[in-house]
Design a protein around this ligand. Structure first.
Ligand code: FMN
Length: 302
């Protein structure tokens, strides 16, 4: 039974990854999950310098999901390389995708250049879709011209293949996918979170200090499946699908819609072994359905 998938020349032992920002750099989940069994570890967003993130409270539970407005808190690329990349050295079987964030094109490029010679980094996931940072992030992800421009610039500097992470907070995500492809992206990933809001009726004020936050979790899954399907039929580069995946059925559904690999995000918070449970479920499904190669199910629902 083959569970291997290839994206931009990088081979993954299986298509199950975790989603950026929900798994640290793997360290925190090492007690629950054998990181060597995952297709990839996708790191929290990394910037050129440390970012403090947004004021608290910055997390809220909502029906079938959560809102977050972390604001991409991270220790900066130097600490990341010394601490997190070093930790990941021991996990040779899993691929490493580093999620990159910035307020400006220059800031993205600084991180990309710094990571260029880091052998442990297999791919870069460029976050142009975070709804929780005031400049940069989403500002790049909502305008197709800006998507194409930043993709082209990053591609010029990157030594590893690049995955552009798209925002669902747009009218037509196909347009953004095509812009990323036109700019030279090796792959795209989607979806990032959907902008939401929660109001505390007793206090009569916003639950999150940032007022708005990114919605994720099981409630967004059908939206993510629809968007992955649309993009898969609009571009020819591979797709890493995510958004509300919490069961193996969700993962298979995303692959049938056109994702070559999938990422598990919010589910890690309510089930720390979600990634491995999903991997086992997908393999049982393959056995039961006599699927000898996982690649055979990608995008077959038309
Ligand atoms: C607490 C939290 C932090 C996140 N941080 C990042 C991040 O640093 N970079 C990024 O590209 N996406 C980030 N995301 C978005 C997720 O990677 C994912 O795209 C989104 O949550 C949808 O998947 P899910 O419903 O499975 O969580 C974050 C999501 C959550 C919930």
């Amino acid at each position: 039974m083959n569970t291997k998938v290839t994206i931009a020349g990088v081979e993954f032992q299986n298509p199950i990854m975790e989603a950026s920002g929900t798994f640290g750099s793997g360290m925190e989940y090492g007690e629950f999950v054998d990181l060597n069994k995952l297709g990839a570890v996708v790191t929290k967003g990394v910037a050129n310098v440390p970012w403090p993130g947004n004021p608290t409270p910055r997390i809220a539970e909502v029906n079938c999901g959560m809102l977050n407005a972390i604001g991409l808190q991270n220790p900066g690329v130097e600490v990341f390389c010394e601490r997190d990349l070093k930790f990941l050295e021991d996990y040779k079987d899993t691929r490493v995708l580093v999620n990159v964030c910035g307020h400006s094109a220059d800031e993205y490029i600084e991180v990309v250049d710094r990571l260029a010679n880091e052998k442990r980094v297999d791919m870069l996931e460029i976050n142009i879709s975070c709804p929780n940072v005031k400049e940069g992030g989403i500002a790049f992800g909502q305008d197709p011209k800006a998507v194409e421009k930043i993709t082209r610039l990053v591609k010029k500097h990157a030594k590893q293949p690049i995955v552009m992470k798209l925002s669902p907070n747009v009218t037509d995500i196909k347009v953004m996918a095509k812009a990323a492809e036109a700019g030279g992206a090796d792959a795209i990933s989607l979806i990032n979170t959907l902008t939401g809001m929660k109001i505390d009726v007793e206090r009569q004020s916003f639950v999150l200090a940032n007022k708005t936050g990114g919605m994720s979790g099981p409630a967004v899954h059908p939206i993510a499946v629809r968007m992955v399907y649309e993009c898969a039929n609009a571009v020819s580069i591979p797709i890493i699908g995510m958004g509300g995946i919490s069961t193996w059925e969700d993962a298979v559904e995303m692959m049938l819609a056109g994702a070559t690999a999938v990422s598990v995000g919010t589910a890690n918070f309510f089930n720390p072994t979600a990634t491995i449970d999903i991997l086992n479920g997908v393999m049982d499904y393959m056995k039961r359905k006599n699927i000898s190669d996982i690649r055979d199910i990608v995008g077959i629902v038309k």
